[in-house]
Ligand binder design. Structure first.
Ligand code: SAH
Length: 227
């Protein structure tokens, strides 16, 4: 099974974008995942190919039309969940990335302007997902963020599979500090324990560092179960 991502957007040229480079790009070329960027405008029906209109009730900006969005969604069978990029959505998390990576794929709908007509969210069962408490100009960057987090978890994408299970959030803790050669740089040495060759002590040191860093920087991760 190949993870299959379908992205609905007014800017298909933004894809694969950064996901065409490095690990994700190589995996895409090798067929470890698939990406289909669909131009929502192709589903407009009027002479001006309009995809948006003024908000009912007044106010600034434009709203993406339910009929055009629905036609774009319905144009192909849906694989996996239908996600709408949205600052009102459920906060995206490593847990959600893991769940998506375990599935067959996802549809990612990218909003623009003031957002999307509420009726298409209800009628097509779109799950709103947010990448953080700030407002982007469109959902494309959010879709790239989500796909990046998912694709690196797919089997065969990351060289060293173990690195995924030991990093930040994998067990509710932030990662420990990392070091590499040179042994001394600008007078700063690598902590002795890491060059001692004593694997048990290294593991103990790393665990303590992870707990200390998480308590200092993200006490919310310790109090709260993973979401
Ligand atoms: N008027 C909306 C913001 C629209 S921003 C509001 O106040 O909630 C335009 C589009 O960018 C949105 O439809 C959404 O698809 C995307 N977007 C903006 N911020 C986002 C975020 N934090 N996470 C995910 N998508 C976001």
């Amino acid at each position: 099974m190949t993870f299959s991502a379908r992205v609905l957007t007014l800017y298909p040229d933004m894809f694969p974008g950064p996901l065409g480079a490095a690990l994700a790009g190589r995996a895409l070329r090798e067929g470890l995942w698939r990406l289909d960027a669909v131009n929502i405008r192709d589903f407009a029906t009027d002479r001006h190919r309009s995809v948006d209109d003024t908000p009912a009730g007044g106010g600034p900006g434009m709203v993406m039309r339910a009929d055009v969005m629905a036609a774009a969604i319905d144009a192909a069978p849906t694989v996996g969940p239908r996600l709408l990029m949205s600052p009102r959505g459920r906060p995206f998390s490593q847990r959600m990335a893991e769940e998506l990576a375990a599935g067959e794929g996802a549809t990612l709908v990218c909003g623009r302007f003031e957002g999307v007509d509420e009726r298409v969210i209800e009628a097509r069962g779109l799950t709103e997902v947010s990448i953080g408490d700030y407002v982007l100009s469109g959902g494309e960057v959010a879709a790239l963020v989500i796909l990046d987090a998912v694709v690196r978890l797919l089997p065969g994408v990351m060289g060293n599979a173990q690195s995924a299970s030991e990093e930040s959030f994998s067990d509710g803790l932030l990662e420990h500090p990392q070091y590499t050669r040179p042994a001394i740089w600008e007078g700063r040495a690598i902590p002795d324990v890491l060059t001692s060759g004593d694997h048990a002590r290294v593991a103990q040191w790393r665990r303590a560092a992870r707990e200390r860093l998480t308590a200092e920087r993200r006490p919310d991760l310790i109090r709260k179960p993973r979401n």
